[in-house]
Design a protein around this ligand. Sequence first.
Ligand code: PEP
Ligand code: MG
Length: 580
Amino acid sequence: MSTRLTGRAAAPGAALAPAFIVASRSPVEDELPRERSGPVEEETARLRAALGRAEAQLRELAGTVEEFAGPAEAEIFEAHGEFAADPELFRLAEEAIHADASAERAVVGAFGSFRELLAASESEYLAARAADLDDVRDRVVSILLGRTTVGERPDVRSVIAAHELTPSQTASIPPTLIAGIVTETGSPTSHAAILARALGVPAVVSCSGLLEAIGTGTDVAVDGRTGGVVVAPERSERQAIRGRMESEERRRLELAALRDEPGHTADGHRIELAANIGSIQHVPAALEAGGEGSGLVRTEFMFMDRTTAPTVDEQVKVYAEVLRSFPGDRVVFRTLDIGADKPLPFVDREPEENPALGIRGIRLSLVRPDLFRGQLRALLRALREVAGTDAGRLAIMFPLVSTVAELVRAREILGEVAEEEGVDLTGVEVGVMVEVPSAALAVRRVAAHADFLSIGTNDLLQYLFAADRLVGAVADLAEILDPDVLTLIERIIDAGHANGAWVGVCGEAAGDPTVAAALVGLGIDELSMTRVAIPEVKDVLRRLTRQECTDAVREAIERATDAGEARRVIEGRLGTALQA
Ligand code: PEP
Ligand code: MG
């Protein structure tokens, strides 16, 4: 008889294959020697060697993952390598060795202190990182105990089942052998789920009772859209899941066929669908997903992870490469958005009680004109370097603008740098992010100084609702489909249009098909989003007319009293297109 289980849907798709159970690999505490057997120096040397080896293994794994899943996923293992190389971690463990602990126990203790910090976080994303730390810890301890850390792997393509699947366990199974992933614990933002999405296989997490119900070799059906898992499915259940697999495959091919098509509604109203990118490594995946240029290049990421500012020449090289990667399309480079949750190691700053309300975004650029001018110079030199080729079109955007004066000053500086460089700014669009409520209120005057407005819903919602975007417990407060937020967005769009500026959205919300349809209904011109969302949004918009979107969002604004109701109204009206 079959057993039906339900977990949380974590990666779309459907699979029917034998299960392969990956056992938990954590060394048991009792196996670890309590006290060091030799002098402090010897034990410390063992510790140093094990951490070094773990770091090397993780960097190698990053290389393998980069090949099959791409650079963003490889970064997970790069980050794990950095955990292993962290000097603070080493210091904590060394201290324990001085107090007579064995290297194994010292490592467990040091990782434990790090883990407590992460696990206590309200953010689901950060809490999910605690499992990553365990993964690195177990690797180091296994090395100290002289055990191999080569993962087990199935003989045939299987549904990988585990209590908790660590990223390195997932990565050490060849992707061709993974039909799907199901875990008893974990969240949709855990890295096993992220890797599943990158591999294009279904995943279900938080599926309690899983390991009691299956053994290696038992057939299991996984539906990554509903979170349904059927162990030992009967004939009719097999047929049902095969039907889902076929429709998923059709959907994948349908969406892939749209790759080179432009974004528009069913009645031909053009909506540019661009990709947000954080580094040059993200470009191939953005193109693969059918991104029409980039509506947000988060340039600050190339300034992070380093101890000195990149030189103008280094920046020119990267910016020109990004421009060349998007022939003919617009590429919006956002100037440095540093501060708040994105500090820079080489920028000295006064400590701030509320960094999200402090010197960040354009405010920092205006107090550090050396950094700002250097970046503008690099952007204009990159423009000169690609002139006469079919590279993308340069657009420059300023983040976290809260007053008209800031925008005017930033444009003045850009004009000065352009003059120094002898670059003509005709044809370079200069825009502003609308992500601070004061800029939204002043939007008519702001728009008069901008070629385009790009609504940063991540920050705009955080500031409108006073709900820190890093605190999971308040995440539900900040909803873009709140009827009054929709009215505010309409006002921003209208003010842009009245001043001849185009208006886009580059916050995460743009990648939600229901929200995208609502924004189209309000008159948005461009949506820039995480690349994985592009095919689905492109497809959904092609099934809807502009008028249908307008009618749906109008009804939501008029009838709904909160975001949940607004979503129901919109999905009720546009239902079949949104459920394609
Ligand atoms: C935003 O705030 O919506 C945005 C796109 O910028 P970031 O997420 O980089 O702050
Ligand atoms: Mg922002």
